[in-house]
Write a protein that binds this ligand. Structure first.
Ligand code: FES
Length: 149
């Protein structure tokens, strides 16, 4: 070993630091990639709109109100209208912001770029290119059940 230049000790240290950088990058990709893949491909994560899920009590959504409830990995807007309960994906079809119910005008609104949807999920105004995706809903024994075939 050459003590004047640091000799052979620098090579393993350099290799170790390179390995740490690669490991750190890989960990970052895995941590960021898993939720993204789960969102894009929910069936891979075991969560699907084909599976029924109890998301809460009927009383949580009074007449004329709307509430965003988690349905697995899907934020879901549950509305209670004169026609009954309705459920839509709360993910705006423009750029993916979570929409909200506006009780005052009885419309679904996106806070990001002002898309407006009616109570059937149809686009009334704004940049959203498609209606909100409808999700199957039923009420059994006072419980709100989303999803199912
Ligand atoms: S993300 Fe909803 S209007 Fe742009």
């Amino acid at each position: 070993m050459d003590k004047t230049t640091g000799g052979d000790d620098k090579v393993p240290r350099r290799a170790f630091l390179d390995a740490m950088i690669v490991a750190g990058f890989a960990l970052t990709v895995l941590c960021g990639g898993a939720p993204a893949l789960s969102y894009l491909f929910p069936r891979l994560s075991g969560s699907s709109v084909d599976e029924e899920m109890d998301v809460g009590a009927e009383a949580e959504v009074p007449m004329g109100e709307g509430k965003v409830l988690p349905f697995g990995v899907f934020p879901t807007l549950v509305l209670r209208t004169k026609e009954g309960f309705k459920a839509f994906s709360a993910v705006c079809t423009h750029l993916g912001c979570v929409v909200k119910w506006n009780k005052d005008n009885q419309k679904i609104e996106c806070p990001c770029h002002s898309a407006i949807f009616d109570t059937s999920g149809k686009v009334l105004d704004g940049p959203a290119p498609k209606p909100l995706r409808s999700i199957k809903i039923k009420v059994e024994d006072g419980r709100i059940i989303l999803g199912g075939k």
